[in-house]
Design a protein around this ligand. Structure first.
Ligand SMILES: Cc1ncc(COP(=O)(O)O)c(C=O)c1O
Length: 396
């Protein structure tokens, strides 16, 4: 038994190396990773060009205090600003910290504007992280109920429902609306383009901040640099993390010009945030995504994966729905299959992730091939047809 705190339900796996979208165990068994570390290893494991950047940077220094100029964080910020049309970035080490930053900025905005008892509208099924602020903005009661009083700054409304936003604005002093354009942990629920456009309009009308959390759906995964760009809008605050440095810890909170003027020394900070190693690698990640046209690739591979899944599983009654955008796809089952991750791992050497008990969440690496996709779909089909839930076989 390991001495680690048992916060995770772990697979019984011991991987010793990875390459591309594969991991290998001690006995040289190869596993296809359909999760990329929950949307982190977007450029796969052990990427040669990223390894060169890592090697080069550790020869100079890994950490540099935020009290000094840091060229890598400046270059990374410039690149992110260019991609997002926002104005400035703050770097931290994770998604939850990026969202803490966003929440603090929203509170600061309310303070500066003298909005009393200001509220932030967030979404049912939304997920923003595990620290107390981000957790307060997260909807799942199971994650929150044992932690006593959390921040009371949040109003929860239904996702994709403009009426409930307008109701909340009538009833409260709202300073911000915060959401994931595609809810990941909640089970891959996609904001409509119309909804995103309407949110932007309402935020402009009522001088409310629009905060988008693209920690899971951003960085090219959906066939756009950021999914909200499909709706041709720009948020006031954008949070990103996960795949930004392909596995090195980094998060970022980007803001528009108006907010940047509010943010002055001493209001926020992070010792490790913006460290040169993570920022240098992140810059290379962005370069590779653009150079190798991975955004278009993700759109095409995603369509291929959805088509393969739909053609294989149309007559399978155990599958409730198949949905997604680009390489962010959900296969929702009618019933939970016990130990499905462990069984697919053991029987088919495939790594998947389950969210909301019965949703298979696919977030494969951008390097996945059509052969990998075919192998995955066939293996899942072979597995599903052996299942017998409530005396009903999955396959009809
Ligand atoms: C949309 C979203 N926001 C925030 C987070 C929290 O990020 P982290 O685990 O890096 O703190 C996650 C993590 O899954 C996420 O999917």
């Amino acid at each position: 038994m390991s001495s680690l705190i048992h916060f995770y339900q772990k697979l019984d796996a011991d991987f010793i190396r990875g390459e591309g979208c594969y991991l290998w165990d001690k006995t040289e068994n190869r596993y296809l990773d359909m999760t990329s570390g929950i949307g982190v290893n977007n450029l796969g494991f052990s990427h040669a060009e990223l390894n060169i950047e890592i090697q080069a940077q550790i020869q100079n220094y890994i950490h540099l205090s935020n009290l000094f100029k840091n060229t890598w964080s400046e270059k990374l910020s410039d690149q992110l600003v260019k991609i997002t049309q926002l104005n400035a970035s703050f770097f931290c080490n994770s998604g939850t910290e990026a969202n803490e930053t966003a929440i603090k900025i929203a509170k600061l905005y309310a303070f500066e504007k003298n909005i009393e008892n200001a509220k932030i509208i967030v979404m049912n099924q939304g997920f923003h992280g595990r620290t107390l602020g981000a957790l307060s903005a997260t909807s799942n009661q199971k994650y929150k109920e044992k932690f006593g009083a959390l921040l009371d700054d949040f109003i929860f409304v239904d996702f994709n429902c403009i009426e409930s936003i307008l109701d909340a604005i009538q009833q409260h002093h709202v300073c911000a609306i915060m959401l994931e354009p595609i809810q990941g942990e909640g089970g891959i629920h996609i904001a409509s383009t119309l909804y995103l456009k309407q949110l932007r309009k309402i935020c402009d009308q009522y001088k409310i901040l629009l905060i988008l959390d693209e920690i899971q759906c951003g960085l090219g995964r959906t066939g756009y640099w950021f999914y909200h760009q499909k709706a041709e809008i720009v948020p006031d605050i954008l949070t990103i993390a996960k795949g930004l440095a392909n596995g090195l810890p980094i998060g970022a909170c980007l803001v528009n010009k108006r907010l940047n003027d509010l943010l002055t020394p001493g209001l926020h900070g992070s010792t490790f945030g913006g460290n040169p190693l993570a920022c240098r690698v992140a810059l290379k990640v962005l370069e590779i995504i653009e150079r190798d046209e991975l955004i278009l690739n993700n759109k095409q591979k995603g369509e291929y994966l959805i088509n393969q899944l739909q053609s294989k599983f149309t007559s399978v009654h155990g599958i409730k729905s198949i949905r997604g955008v680009g390489l962010m796809i959900a296969i929702e089952l009618n019933e939970t299959i016990d130990d499905i991750s462990q069984q697919l791992f053991l029987q088919h050497k495939i790594l998947i992730n389950i969210t909301q008990n019965k949703i298979i969440r696919l977030l494969p690496s951008f390097l996945i091939t059509e052969d990998d996709i075919q192998y995955f779909c066939q293996s899942l089909y072979d597995f599903i047809k052996t299942q017998n839930i409530n005396n009903k076989v999955y396959l009809e």
